[in-house]
Ligand binder design. Structure first.
Ligand code: ZN
Ligand code: ZN
Length: 215
């Protein structure tokens, strides 16, 4: 997998600091699980955060707390080291499987029009995460963005006015971007997308449907 579109420094930094809404954090974690380059960058930001914590004043502890700690370790039954079971092969990366399982066929997809289907995930406030299923050759209606939209490709590929996005690529779209993503011919495209504000659709039909499909 050759990944060409990566996460921004500000997203990685905010994720390392635990500042992102859950839906954005999920897209970041899913991309990082597929991308060595961003994993290294994220670890660097986490190390910076840890170093800053180290420089904070330490809290006073009871004199016997170290002894108590050793006593608890000694009392813990030893468990043989187990290798983690190999993850099943899935187009869904591990962080996403925690939400939806591993099988795209088991997802309760709901139609959003023009053959496109979605499944909204259960995440906390501040942003919404959804899986999008775009049949090969099909377009998502032309739209702009009121906030930030992160789209991670899991299967297939799409093109829009800015570039081509294949498996592992993440598109970061903001208010300045208006686009019509079109799934490439040959394979249906599955994406994980997160938005922190409703999209701005150019067409009247998608606008009318918007309240019902929560996009
Ligand atoms: Zn990356
Ligand atoms: Zn968009």
């Amino acid at each position: 997998m050759t990944i060409r579109h990566h996460l921004s420094d500000s997203l990685l930094m905010a994720h390392a600091a635990g500042q992102l809404p859950e839906a954005f954090g999920l897209v970041v974690a899913a991309h990082v699980s597929m991308c060595d380059e961003c994993r290294v960058r994220l670890e660097a930001y986490e190390a910076v955060g840890g170093a800053m914590l180290d420089r904070c004043d330490s809290a006073p502890m009871a004199d016997d707390s170290l002894d108590a700690c050793f006593a608890r370790i000694a009392g813990t039954p030893r468990t043989p080291r187990q290798r983690p079971a190999p993850a099943p092969r899935s187009v869904f990366p591990a962080p996403l499987r925690a939400y939806v399982g591993a099988d795209p066929g088991a997802i309760r997809w709901r139609p959003v029009g023009m053959g496109v289907r979605q499944a909204v995930l259960r995440t906390g406030k501040g942003a919404t995460a959804r899986l999008l299923y775009i049949p090969a050759g099909q377009a998502v209606p032309d739209h702009g963005h009121r906030g930030t939209e992160l789209t991670l490709v899991l299967q297939g590929a799409f093109r829009d006015e800015t570039d081509r996005f294949g498996p592992g690529d993440v598109e970061i779209a903001d208010q300045a971007v208006e686009h019509t993503p079109v799934a490439e011919a040959g394979a249906d495209c599955i994406c994980l997308a997160a938005t922190d504000a409703p999209l701005r659709f150019a067409g009247i039909l998608p606008r009318l449907a918007q309240p019902f499909i929560r996009i």
